[in-house]
Design a protein around this ligand. Structure first.
Ligand code: IMP
Length: 187
Protein backbone atom coordinates (compact mmCIF):
# COMPACT_ATOMS: atom_id res chain seq x y z
CA UNK A 1 0.00 0.00 0.00
CA UNK A 2 1.17 3.55 -0.67
CA UNK A 3 2.44 5.44 2.36
CA UNK A 4 1.62 8.95 3.45
CA UNK A 5 3.30 10.50 6.51
CA UNK A 6 1.23 12.70 8.83
CA UNK A 7 3.55 15.00 10.78
CA UNK A 8 1.73 15.80 14.02
CA UNK A 9 2.17 15.71 17.78
CA UNK A 10 -1.61 15.71 18.28
CA UNK A 11 -3.21 12.31 19.07
CA UNK A 12 -6.74 13.59 18.36
CA UNK A 13 -5.88 14.84 14.90
CA UNK A 14 -4.16 11.53 14.10
CA UNK A 15 -7.24 9.55 15.17
CA UNK A 16 -9.48 11.64 12.91
CA UNK A 17 -7.09 11.41 9.93
CA UNK A 18 -6.76 7.63 10.38
CA UNK A 19 -10.52 7.09 10.51
CA UNK A 20 -11.11 9.21 7.41
CA UNK A 21 -8.27 7.76 5.32
CA UNK A 22 -8.83 4.16 6.28
CA UNK A 23 -10.39 3.15 2.95
CA UNK A 24 -8.41 5.60 0.82
CA UNK A 25 -5.76 3.18 -0.34
CA UNK A 26 -2.93 4.99 1.48
CA UNK A 27 -1.33 3.81 4.67
CA UNK A 28 -1.08 6.73 7.08
CA UNK A 29 2.18 6.75 9.03
CA UNK A 30 2.61 9.07 12.00
CA UNK A 31 5.69 11.17 12.60
CA UNK A 32 5.60 13.04 15.94
CA UNK A 33 7.83 15.93 15.02
CA UNK A 34 7.45 19.60 15.91
CA UNK A 35 7.84 22.27 13.23
CA UNK A 36 7.70 26.06 13.46
CA UNK A 37 4.20 27.56 13.44
CA UNK A 38 4.76 31.12 12.30
CA UNK A 39 2.66 33.92 13.77
CA UNK A 40 0.65 35.20 10.84
CA UNK A 41 -2.94 35.92 9.86
CA UNK A 42 -4.10 32.79 8.01
CA UNK A 43 -3.96 29.04 8.54
CA UNK A 44 -2.83 28.62 4.94
CA UNK A 45 0.33 30.69 5.50
CA UNK A 46 1.16 28.64 8.61
CA UNK A 47 0.70 25.41 6.65
CA UNK A 48 2.72 26.54 3.61
CA UNK A 49 5.65 27.57 5.84
CA UNK A 50 5.47 24.29 7.79
CA UNK A 51 5.37 22.16 4.63
CA UNK A 52 8.36 23.98 3.22
CA UNK A 53 10.35 23.70 6.47
CA UNK A 54 9.74 19.93 6.62
CA UNK A 55 10.79 19.34 3.03
CA UNK A 56 14.37 18.32 3.73
CA UNK A 57 13.47 16.46 6.91
CA UNK A 58 10.63 14.09 6.02
CA UNK A 59 11.20 11.30 3.52
CA UNK A 60 8.45 10.73 0.93
CA UNK A 61 5.11 12.50 0.79
CA UNK A 62 3.51 14.02 3.84
CA UNK A 63 0.60 16.04 5.25
CA UNK A 64 0.23 18.56 8.07
CA UNK A 65 -2.87 20.14 9.68
CA UNK A 66 -3.31 23.62 11.14
CA UNK A 67 -6.62 24.47 12.73
CA UNK A 68 -8.31 27.23 14.67
CA UNK A 69 -11.51 28.32 16.36
CA UNK A 70 -12.84 31.67 15.14
CA UNK A 71 -15.47 33.26 17.41
CA UNK A 72 -17.68 35.82 15.64
CA UNK A 73 -18.28 38.08 18.66
CA UNK A 74 -14.52 38.17 19.36
CA UNK A 75 -13.85 39.14 15.71
CA UNK A 76 -12.28 35.79 14.90
CA UNK A 77 -10.25 35.36 18.11
CA UNK A 78 -8.54 33.02 19.04
CA UNK A 79 -8.18 31.96 15.35
CA UNK A 80 -4.52 31.44 14.47
CA UNK A 81 -3.68 31.84 18.19
CA UNK A 82 -5.95 28.95 19.24
CA UNK A 83 -3.17 26.70 20.55
CA UNK A 84 -1.55 29.49 22.57
CA UNK A 85 -4.89 30.61 24.03
CA UNK A 86 -5.82 27.08 25.08
CA UNK A 87 -2.41 26.67 26.75
CA UNK A 88 -2.62 30.00 28.59
CA UNK A 89 -6.22 30.87 29.56
CA UNK A 90 -7.78 27.47 28.70
CA UNK A 91 -11.43 26.63 28.05
CA UNK A 92 -12.50 28.49 31.20
CA UNK A 93 -10.73 31.62 30.01
CA UNK A 94 -12.48 31.50 26.64
CA UNK A 95 -15.84 30.88 28.33
CA UNK A 96 -15.08 33.87 30.56
CA UNK A 97 -14.56 36.11 27.53
CA UNK A 98 -17.96 34.94 26.24
CA UNK A 99 -19.77 35.44 29.55
CA UNK A 100 -23.10 37.18 29.07
CA UNK A 101 -22.72 37.24 25.27
CA UNK A 102 -25.84 36.33 23.36
CA UNK A 103 -24.15 35.93 20.00
CA UNK A 104 -22.23 32.69 20.49
CA UNK A 105 -21.66 31.81 16.83
CA UNK A 106 -18.23 30.49 15.89
CA UNK A 107 -16.41 28.66 13.14
CA UNK A 108 -13.80 25.95 13.25
CA UNK A 109 -11.41 25.74 10.33
CA UNK A 110 -8.77 23.21 9.33
CA UNK A 111 -6.22 23.66 6.59
CA UNK A 112 -4.46 20.50 5.47
CA UNK A 113 -1.27 20.86 3.48
CA UNK A 114 -0.13 17.97 1.30
CA UNK A 115 3.38 17.65 -0.11
CA UNK A 116 3.12 15.22 -3.02
CA UNK A 117 6.13 14.58 -5.25
CA UNK A 118 7.30 18.21 -5.08
CA UNK A 119 3.83 19.76 -5.41
CA UNK A 120 1.95 21.46 -2.61
CA UNK A 121 -1.84 21.14 -2.27
CA UNK A 122 -4.03 22.95 0.24
CA UNK A 123 -7.45 21.73 1.46
CA UNK A 124 -9.57 23.82 3.84
CA UNK A 125 -12.72 22.73 5.66
CA UNK A 126 -14.99 24.84 7.86
CA UNK A 127 -17.73 24.09 10.35
CA UNK A 128 -20.07 26.65 11.87
CA UNK A 129 -21.57 26.24 15.31
CA UNK A 130 -21.97 27.72 18.78
CA UNK A 131 -19.87 28.12 21.93
CA UNK A 132 -21.88 26.70 24.83
CA UNK A 133 -21.70 28.08 28.39
CA UNK A 134 -20.00 25.14 30.14
CA UNK A 135 -17.95 22.17 28.86
CA UNK A 136 -19.80 18.98 27.88
CA UNK A 137 -18.58 15.56 26.74
CA UNK A 138 -15.46 13.53 27.35
CA UNK A 139 -14.26 12.66 23.85
CA UNK A 140 -12.26 14.63 21.32
CA UNK A 141 -9.59 17.17 22.24
CA UNK A 142 -8.85 20.88 22.49
CA UNK A 143 -11.96 23.05 22.23
CA UNK A 144 -14.29 20.11 21.48
CA UNK A 145 -16.14 20.25 24.87
CA UNK A 146 -17.38 23.83 24.26
CA UNK A 147 -18.36 23.66 20.55
CA UNK A 148 -21.72 22.44 19.23
CA UNK A 149 -21.85 22.26 15.42
CA UNK A 150 -24.95 23.68 13.72
CA UNK A 151 -27.61 21.02 13.17
CA UNK A 152 -26.62 19.05 16.29
CA UNK A 153 -27.24 19.22 20.04
CA UNK A 154 -24.03 17.52 21.14
CA UNK A 155 -20.58 19.04 21.41
CA UNK A 156 -17.78 17.52 19.32
CA UNK A 157 -16.62 15.98 22.62
CA UNK A 158 -19.94 14.09 22.82
CA UNK A 159 -19.42 12.43 19.43
CA UNK A 160 -17.45 9.45 18.19
CA UNK A 161 -14.57 10.12 15.82
CA UNK A 162 -16.69 8.97 12.87
CA UNK A 163 -19.60 11.23 13.89
CA UNK A 164 -17.31 14.23 14.36
CA UNK A 165 -15.65 13.61 10.97
CA UNK A 166 -19.07 13.55 9.26
CA UNK A 167 -19.73 17.21 10.16
CA UNK A 168 -16.46 18.77 11.28
CA UNK A 169 -14.07 21.24 9.63
CA UNK A 170 -11.34 18.56 9.63
CA UNK A 171 -13.74 15.93 8.27
CA UNK A 172 -14.53 18.21 5.32
CA UNK A 173 -10.87 18.97 4.63
CA UNK A 174 -10.14 15.23 4.86
CA UNK A 175 -12.87 14.52 2.33
CA UNK A 176 -11.12 16.86 -0.10
CA UNK A 177 -7.82 15.10 0.60
CA UNK A 178 -9.51 11.73 0.03
CA UNK A 179 -10.95 12.93 -3.27
CA UNK A 180 -7.52 14.17 -4.33
CA UNK A 181 -5.93 10.83 -3.44
CA UNK A 182 -8.58 8.97 -5.46
CA UNK A 183 -7.89 11.12 -8.52
CA UNK A 184 -4.09 11.15 -8.21
CA UNK A 185 -1.39 8.71 -7.25
CA UNK A 186 -0.01 9.61 -3.83
CA UNK A 187 2.81 7.48 -2.48
P1 IMP B 1 -3.19 23.57 15.89
O1 IMP B 1 -3.77 23.24 14.58
O2 IMP B 1 -2.47 22.40 16.47
O3 IMP B 1 -2.40 24.85 15.89
O4 IMP B 1 -4.43 23.75 16.84
C1 IMP B 1 -4.85 24.94 17.41
C2 IMP B 1 -5.57 24.67 18.70
O5 IMP B 1 -6.90 24.29 18.39
C3 IMP B 1 -5.00 23.55 19.55
O6 IMP B 1 -5.08 23.96 20.90
C4 IMP B 1 -5.90 22.37 19.28
O7 IMP B 1 -6.03 21.58 20.43
C5 IMP B 1 -7.20 23.04 18.94
N1 IMP B 1 -7.93 22.27 17.92
C6 IMP B 1 -7.50 21.94 16.69
N2 IMP B 1 -8.42 21.21 16.05
C7 IMP B 1 -9.44 21.06 16.91
C8 IMP B 1 -10.67 20.36 16.84
O8 IMP B 1 -11.03 19.69 15.86
N3 IMP B 1 -11.45 20.45 17.93
C9 IMP B 1 -11.10 21.14 19.05
N4 IMP B 1 -9.96 21.79 19.17
C10 IMP B 1 -9.14 21.75 18.11
Amino acid sequence: MMKLTFVTTNDGKFREFSASLQDSGVELVRRSQEYPEIQTDTLEKVVRFGLDWLREKVPGNYVIDDSGLFIDRLRGFPGVYSAYVLKTIGLDGVLGLMKGQEDRAAEFATTIGLFNDGDVHIFTGRCRGKIITSPEGTGGFGYDPIFVPDGDLRTFAGMTVVEKNSVSHRGKALKMLNDYIKRNAVS
